[in-house]
Design a protein around this ligand. Structure first.
Ligand code: 87F
Length: 608
């Protein structure tokens, strides 16, 4: 029975790759890397730069929208991302989407000439009152994101990209320690490979974007742009793996992927092109594969909790929510209190032998018997940055956990109008000296010695950017041989002697990191309610909480709960995961919904 279920799941998965029938009436929409005009392929990501040389200068690549979608106005609040619209497969229509107007960042110019401290630098929207607008405004004002004229695509500005690099460096180092190697597979997938299984047309197919033209010529066969790389990689796994000596094969790639989403786009959280790592591995035994699934999940927990200071729940996805091609899916789930929604942080799948049977990935064991390999795949995306921003930022702007902050401390000298030039110079020298001392301790420091901005404007500016610590140095501090340190997370201030700065700051940064995590963890804990009845469950949901329930673990229940918990204002709830760490489940405990014997605990919530 289990095998049959897996086969069905696999079929469903491969059906995803069926191209949608019509590619006429092309949506003349360029996706990031591709320019519409006759300038050939221009590829933004260095990994795929080499493709450029493969396209003639005269070629134009046009990407067809996979299916017609309601235009996705980007300025609307995140809450608007309610129940997804039915995906329909129709001939794509040309659609012009107006580029979003960016809120002008930092309206207050703070120039001294304007007089006094800068006004109007802060955000117009509050996190509590208007979460969606607050988030949209924040990511632009803090210079993380610029909107782009292709709906659902965003520019990651250096402040955001630097944070992605922190995540990359942390994770890359650790997967290499586990024995994973990086590699790079092409962006394009032929129709034939995607058409491996044609029995069912459902699942992911509407999200696959296709290249249908080069220059003015319609291509004989459209080529898909990778939404994920199983079908790209596994034919080569089949070639490379011959004997048990070729195993384990453990590959990872850092790339962009394209999924032509129709749900409401939100910077970082849901975009049509995003960055990720995808790991694909093959083992001789189930045991080794399953160990890796959990090793990777633990690293994902580490990314969220130890770097981003975001608490997550580790667990297994229900059958309904797991990746259709997987044997089972494990996940880390985060939670955004303001919207009351759960959000999938990253997934680590045990693929079992589903794909190795499909792609004929076989090896000869010690007894020269052919065996199918055991496989895993796992992925973490730039969504993680969005979860961090939503968790910690406030009405003044970003609040970055120190380990994530591209710059951790800003040093601001505060000369007064009547400060003597020699004193100003001494101040500047001290600023430079403190910077050097901190950098020796591997603290990432920026100094703001601009004399055309007021200190107040500078405070606001660096608060908006989320730097964990501000170091102030005024004339009195010069006399006393001290600096004042102000924490971004709590606003708390302390005075530190110059001689102690290099020792104190790294300790304080780690304290901030720990405090931010503890605060977020406490918030999540108060928003998780144990529920034993559907009534309690609905009360929890309507309080924007998650519900932890005993559950009979049946798909039909999950579907019914989703329907019954859908209200005119809010989407239905689903299982986020079956947590690995849960309370005892004594014999005789009943499912909160069906009253049948409970098989496990499930964490439920409305979700992104
Ligand atoms: C969208 C379009 C086409 C998700 C899709 O989770 C295919 C897919 O296969 C698709 N959206 N998926 C599942 C991805 C599974 C798996 N791949 C490797 C991961 C982690 C990284």
């Amino acid at each position: 029975m289990l095998t049959r279920l897996c086969q069905l799941s696999c079929k469903r998965f491969f059906a995803a790759y069926l191209p949608i029938a019509a590619v006429t009436g092309l949506g003349s929409v360029a996706i990031n890397n591709f320019e519409l005009r006759r300038i050939g392929l221009t590829v933004a990501f260095s990994e795929v730069q080499k493709l450029k040389t493969m396209a003639s200068v005269e070629e134009t690549v046009i990407v067809a929208e996979a299916a017609e979608a309601a235009p996705a106005p980007e300025a609307a609040p995140v809450e608007a991302a309610a129940a997804p619209k039915e995906k329909k497969e129709r001939a794509p229509k040309e659609k012009k989407e107006k580029p979003k107007k960016e809120p002008k960042p930092e309206q207050g110019d703070g120039k001294k000439a304007a007089g006094g401290d800068a006004k109007g630098l802060g955000l117009k929207n509050g996190k509590k009152d208007n979460f969606g607008e607050w988030y949209s405004e924040l990511v632009v004002a803090s210079e993380l994101i610029s909107y782009y004229d292709v709906s659902g695509c965003y520019i990651l500005r250096p402040w955001a990209y630097a944070m992605w690099e922190v995540v990359q460096a942390w994770f890359d180092k650790r997967i290499k320690q586990l024995g994973v190697q990086n590699s790079y597979f092409p962006l394009f997938i032929t129709e034939d490979v995607l058409n491996t299984e044609k029995d069912h047309v459902e699942g992911f197919a509407p999200e696959v974007a296709w290249v249908t033209k080069c220059g003015n010529t319609t291509m004989e066969k459209p080529i898909a742009i990778r939404p994920t790389s199983e079908t790209v990689m596994y034919p080569y796994f089949a070639q490379w793996i011959r004997s048990h000596r070729d195993l384990p094969l453990r590959l990872n790639q850092w790339t962009n992927v394209v999924r032509w989403e129709f749900k409401y786009p939100t910077p970082f959280i849901r975009s049509r092109e995003f960055l990720w790592q995808e790991g694909h591995t093959a083992f001789a035994t189930q045991e080794e594969a399953e160990r890796e699934v959990l090793d990777i999940l633990e690293l994902y927990r580490g990314v969220y909790e130890d770097l981003l200071a975001v608490p997550v729940t580790k667990g297994k996805k229900s059958k309904k929510e797991q990746f259709a091609g997987a044997f089972y899916t494990t996940t880390v789930e985060a939670y955004i209190p303001e919207t009351g929604r759960g959000i999938q942080g990253a997934t680590s799948h045990c693929l079992g032998q589903n794909f190795s049977k499909m792609f004929n990935i076989q090896f000869e064991d010690d007894d020269r018997q052919k065996q199918y390999a055991w496989q895993n795949s796992w992925g973490l995306t730039t969504r993680s940055l969005g979860v961090m921003i939503m968790t910690h930022a406030d009405d003044k702007g970003l609040v970055l956990p120190p380990r994530m902050a591209p710059k951790q401390v800003v040093i601001i000298p505060i000369p007064k109008a009547n400060t003597a030039p020699e004193m100003v110079q001494a101040m500047m020298d001290k600023v430079a000296e403190l910077k050097e001392a901190l950098e020796k301790q591997d603290v990432r420091v920026v100094t703001d010695t601009r004399n055309n901005y007021t200190p107040g404007w500078k405070y606001n500016h660096w608060e908006l950017k989320g730097l964990p610590l501000r170091m102030e140095l005024g004339p009195k501090d010069m006399d006393n041989g001290v600096v004042v340190l102000a924490r971004r997370d709590t606003g708390a201030k302390e005075t530190v002697a110059w001689a102690d700065v290099a020792a104190r700051v790294p300790v304080l940064l780690e304290t901030i990191q720990a405090d931010m995590f503890a605060a977020a963890k406490a918030r999540t804990a108060t928003c998780t309610e144990v529920c034993h009845s559907f009534e309690e469950f609905m009360t929890a949901l309507n309080n924007k909480h998650m519900a932890l329930t005993p559950w009979a673990d049946e798909e039909a229940i999950e579907e019914e709960v989703k329907k019954k918990s859908t209200t005119p204002d809010a989407m239905g709830a689903k299982t986020l995961c079956l947590p690995f760490e849960a309370p005892e489940l004594p014999e005789g405990t009943k499912c909160f919904y069906s009253g049948k014997p409970a098989k496990n605990w499930a964490l439920w919530g409305r979700s992104y």
